[in-house]
Ligand binder design. Structure first.
Ligand SMILES: Nc1ncnc2c1ncn2[C@@H]1O[C@H](COP(=O)(O)OP(=O)(O)OP(=O)(O)O)[C@@H](O)[C@H]1O
Length: 261
């Protein structure tokens, strides 16, 4: 039987007195496309940041691609252990953030080639060849020499996706990648992600407030509330026949606000 590529076991995350994740457990199978939905502040972004080793945890275990994400105590927290381990684990995962996080003074091509050259020692010419393929895939090859300030939000986000893909991760994390975009630019980013979801066997975790997209994109939807997974199932289960009251209330509010599901 295939093993999960991500095992999250009983994760607790606290910020001071605030418990953000409250004994969260979930498994993700290789190639699965998951949508994480739920109210603001329910801990969706936090779990992505923990997987990306950008956050400490307050308890629990994580295994990624058969390897434990080692933590060691620091004060009341558990922080990811040594740099080399961290580095190796980070190579397995790419993340795309809400606010792009591109290097502002580097051109698009350099934004995509920098990490492979620095962290994997890939030669410039090889990194550039791969970067141009990725930029082509996201429809940004003709902007390779532009700097981020010359691009629209949608274009920046497509470059950010190419940059995350340049390290050939097995897992991609998308954190509200369309939330900072003007409405007319959302579709171009979603269509790149739909293409990735249908054409690759990468494991993809998506935090989103775009319920229509979550429905179309995901194999499985997880509904978060107050640091726990309250309900999970196929998009049809969650969006058409939610069984938990908290899920029903959340979706009713989304529909009342005029959003498509
Ligand atoms: N660095 C931090 N310090 C203190 N509290 C934090 C920090 N980061 C997040 N939080 C708190 O943790 C809780 C969970 O935040 P998180 O961003 O994971 O929620 P979310 O479900 O992704 O919400 P949203 O949909 O609004 O992005 C929130 O109450 C937030 O204010």
């Amino acid at each position: 039987m295939t093993a999960p590529i991500i095992r999250i076991d009983n994760i607790v995350k606290k910020y001071g007195p605030l418990t953000v994740l409250d004994g969260l457990s979930m498994n993700v199978m290789p190639g699965e496309k998951l949508a994480l939905i739920g109210p603001s502040g329910s801990g969706k972004t936090t779990i992505l940041r923990i997987l990306m080793t950008l956050e400490s945890i307050s308890g629990g275990h994580i295994e990624i691609d058969g390897e434990q994400l080692y933590h060691m105590p620091r004060g009341k927290e558990l922080v990811p252990a040594d740099e080399r381990h961290l580095h190796r684990m980070r190579e397995k995962i790419g993340m795309v953030f809400q606010h792009f996080n591109l290097f502002p003074h580097k051109c698009v091509l350099d934004n995509v080639t920098l990490a492979p050259m620095l962290t994997k020692g890939i030669k410039r010419a090889d990194a550039q060849k791969r970067a141009m393929e990725l930029l082509d895939m996201v429809g940004m090859a003709d902007k390779a020499k532009s700097v981020p300030a010359q691009l629209s939000g949608g274009q920046k986000q497509r470059v950010a996706i190419a940059r995350a893909l340049a390290l050939s991760p097995k897992i991609m994390l998308f954190d509200e990648v369309t939330s900072a975009l003007d409405p007319e630019l959302v579709e171009e980013v979603l269509s790149v992600m739909k293409h990735l979801a249908s054409e690759t066997d990468m494991t993809m975790l998506l935090v989103t407030h775009e319920m229509g997209f979550a429905h179309d994109f995901a194999d499985r939807v997880l509904f978060f509330d107050r640091g726990k997974i309250v309900e999970e199932g196929s998009p049809n289960d969650i969006f058409r026949n939610p069984t938990q009251e908290r899920t029903q209330t959340f979706l009713r509010k989304i529909i009342a606000a005029g959003h498509r599901i």
